[in-house]
Design a protein around this ligand. Sequence first.
Ligand code: GDP
Ligand code: IMO
Ligand code: MG
Length: 425
Amino acid sequence: MTINTIIGGQWGDEGKGKIIDHLAKKADVIARYSGGNNAGHTIENDHGKFALHLVPCGVGWEGTKNLIGSGTVIDPNVLIKELELIKENNLPGEIFISEKAHLIMPYHIKLDQAEENYRGNKAVGTTGRGIGPAYSDKISRNGIRMGDLSNLQSLKIKISENLKIKNKILKEIYGEEEISEADIFDKLDGWYKKLGKYISNTEKIIHENIKKDKFILLEGAQGALLDIDHGTYPFVTSSNSISGGSLTGLGIGAKEINKVLGVFKAFCTRVGEGPFPTEIFGEEAEKIREIAGEFGTTTGRPRRIGWFDAIAAKYSAQINGLDSIVITKLDILDHFEKIKVCTGYKHRGKEIDFFPSDEIVLSEIEPIYEEFNGWNESTYNVDSIEKINSNAKEFIKNLEKIIGIPIDIISTGPSRKATIIVNQI
Ligand code: GDP
Ligand code: IMO
Ligand code: MG
């Protein structure tokens, strides 16, 4: 039996989707454990190119069970559309939704947007998908769960009670229009008709498959530096995106996990606000953004760009317990004569060797860079380590040495075949 957790090592969009789709060829179960449709995971395979927001990236493979776990939050309208897309394109994986996963209700979406407007220049830069308010309701025990959809009578009472408070906040604090109770009630039956058949006891499925010695992949969303506890708070998402979230978000014991894989881009990106020590601007940033197509998969916002940050990567390796690293988008660096990697931080003139938790300290960091020679050759779609030249190999070896974790997989393009397996995981 093998259970591997795959997480984003930076601020999200590292290419987790591409890697999970690749690894899922041999997997039996692929399970999302946190976040919601703030995520956008791109897969490109024989069926086409898809941006998945909720359904796990194993769905492109026949015989896979794709679980949306209890730790996630689900906008039913978005999930219904995604299920339709999957059906239309004949993606063959089976799909299951945890009865314990929480619903993102229309009032969560409106509150997310109203809170962001209210914060003004202190906004987090959320995706506006209702993620924070839905998780807040879960924690304050006012949430609506997928399982609740099966009992419309008691569900309506819960929603009425919630709406009384939400509408008061929307109207009296934010000066927004109230949400209509009737509009929500009208949708409930349709949601259940379209989603009911997928709602399951996902823990049971996982544990049956553990017993049968199956190969299980746990799919992270977002990235370690957006984790609610360990990320660049308050500029984070509202769930545990680190590997620990895969235990609580799916109901698995710590000793069941065999390996944790961290996916990192060969540079850094970030969407939304918050400190970003290695951020670069101007022509260099523009060049990377254009070549790499760094625009949000979910919101279309331009992603902020920076050089690879090894101090942040070492921190990420610690808080996730990484065994193995995947480097994506190596091909983007083909276009540079010199490549920078941040190997140290300076704060107010003093060197520090850790990733600070304070947002002001983080925003004042001066990165110390090491420079590496480019390779002046295309690595795009290369699928074997022998086929990349010595400078590119040298760059990978150096990264591995600096972070102190083996780089087992390298990605050189969006498709399945553009993958170098350095060591079998
Ligand atoms: P995720 O959220 O971590 O799954 O990443 P996204 O799908 O949001 O963003 C990654 C983008 O990079 C997608 O458009 C992928 O198709 C693309 N991608 C993934 N790996 C590679 C790679 O190695 N090279 C290039 N050029 N693109 C890649
Ligand atoms: P994937 O899974 C990149 C960011 C938002 C914002 C912050 C909080 O595709 O890597 P939220 O809507 O979650 O309350 O927003 O988190 N964010 C992401 N950034 N990739 C993601 O997901 C993200 N999900 C949330 O931009 O800064
Ligand atoms: Mg993404």
